[in-house]
Write a protein that binds this ligand. Structure first.
Ligand code: GUN
Length: 285
């Protein structure tokens, strides 16, 4: 069997065209949705991600502010900047790129973001509301994954979904979203003993560990849906996921490529959350 490729790039483009209609409608009513992205320090991967976010926003007509602060920025300076953006009417969404330098308490920083502008969905209020199914903003990578499953017509109800990875950004919210859709969910980590025992039982396997080629074809149930959220740069410069694509594609029913699978969906959902924030604010005026 050769797996069907889940083409995140094309699906993301189609969705962005839909989002643009909403942006144009808001603009016609005098509102330009605005996103502020703060990056602290010089992490090369983070710089690329942030650049991509800002560029993608411009493409569909969103206003964006890219705030680059030096690595030695004091926590108080960052908190003051967040407080300022929280009340800036041109900004509907505010995102702090992670990871932050070690001397800054990222929990404290995420808690300082207004939950109404927390388009990453990382504020504890939004995280808590995700547990109860009432979050204002679903975190972008897992919600992008759910959107891919929906667009591919993949049933979730009653399936066994195995999530490998337990980060706050991906693994935990991913497991909750699958659970909300009535999957039976198992959460594994990169340290799970006999990982293959669990992954081989997955109808839907979502991998987000940051370990290149961790999941090989022999760890996949024939016909399973394999979602690879990893993005790793090998010493030779090649970008690969956490799944060994060559062997996995022989066994899986569906698979996301890296790049071009989940990646483009993350930014697409960030745009959706920012537009949603602006639409909500308009309703409250
Ligand atoms: N770092 C890695 N992924 C993300 C993300 O989705 N949002 C933010 N803010 N930082 C990240």
């Amino acid at each position: 069997m050769t797996a069907r490729i889940i083409d995140g790039k094309t699906i993301a483009q189609e969705l962005r065209a839909e989002w643009k209609v909403r942006v144009d409608a808001l603009k016609a009513r005098g509102i330009t949705p605005g996103l502020a992205v703060i990056i602290v320090g010089e992490d090369p991967a983070s710089k690329v991600y942030v650049g991509n976010k800002v560029k993608a926003c411009a493409e569909i007509g969103l206003y964006s502010e890219h705030i680059a602060l030096p690595a030695d920025t004091q926590e108080t300076t960052l908190l003051a900047k967040i407080a300022e953006l929280n009340v800036n009417p041109a900004i509907h969404g505010l995102l702090i790129q992670l990871p932050l330098p070690n001397h800054i308490d990222s929990h404290k920083v995420l808690e300082a973001i207004s939950p109404n502008k927390d388009v990453d969905g990382f504020h504890p209020m939004n995280v808590g509301a995700l547990v109860t199914g009432t979050t204002l903003f679903p975190p972008c990578t897992p919600s992008g994954t759910m959107k891919l499953l929906e667009k591919m017509g993949i049933e979730i109800e009653g399936k066994h979904a195995v999530v490998v990875g337990r980060s706050n950004i991906v693994g935990k919210p991913m497991a909750l979203m699958l659970l909300h859709n009535s999957a039976t969910v198992t959460i594994c980590t990169s340290k799970t003993m006999n990982l293959g025992k669990y992954t081989r039982d997955a109808d839907i396997l979502v991998v987000a560990t940051g370990k290149p080629h961790m999941i090989t074809g022999d760890m996949i149930k024939p016909g399973a849906v394999v979602i690879d959220i990893g993005i790793n740069r090998l010493p030779n410069g090649k970008l690969v996921g956490d799944v060994d694509f060559e062997s996995a594609t022989e066994v899986a029913g569906y698979i996301t490529p890296v790049p071009g699978g989940v990646g483009p969906m993350t930014i697409t959902m960030l745009m959706a959350n920012t537009i949603e924030a602006a639409e909500r604010e308009e309703k409250q005026e």
